[in-house]
Design a protein around this ligand. Structure first.
Ligand SMILES: [Zn+2]
Length: 114
């Protein structure tokens, strides 16, 4: 009785001749056709975790660069000429922050879609 349950658990039907064969075989022993291994889980594509992680990292990086380039970390000075610093705080760090925000939202979209 237990052997019968075991054999039905790991047998499957050949898609070409319809006879039952062992589940681990890649070739049907009756008709010699190659049987493809069926993958039931659909965890192959991106599920958004990596996008969320990278997006949050970019947002943190943008905030840290903005903090120091804007002169808020007063004893610590950024070794760049003063004419470049407003350019960084006006264009580079908002772009980095918004890019990270967009990547995070895209990761959340992928996570909820899958
Ligand atoms: Zn077969």
């Amino acid at each position: 009785m237990s052997s019968f349950g075991k054999t039905t658990a790991d047998t499957r039907r050949c898609v070409f001749c319809g006879k039952y064969m062992a589940g681990h075989l890649t070739q049907c022993p009756f008709c010699r056709e190659a049987v493809p291994q069926v993958q039931l889980s659909r965890r192959e594509g991106p599920n958004g975790r990596q996008q969320i992680r990278h997006g949050l990292l970019y947002m943190l990086l943008g905030a840290v660069i903005h903090y120091f380039a804007g002169g808020y970390g007063n004893p610590i000075q950024v070794p760049l000429p003063a004419s470049v610093l407003p350019l960084i705080t006006q264009y580079l760090t908002p772009l980095l922050f918004l890019g990270g925000l967009g990547l995070t939202l895209y990761g959340l979209f992928l996570k909820f879609r899958s």
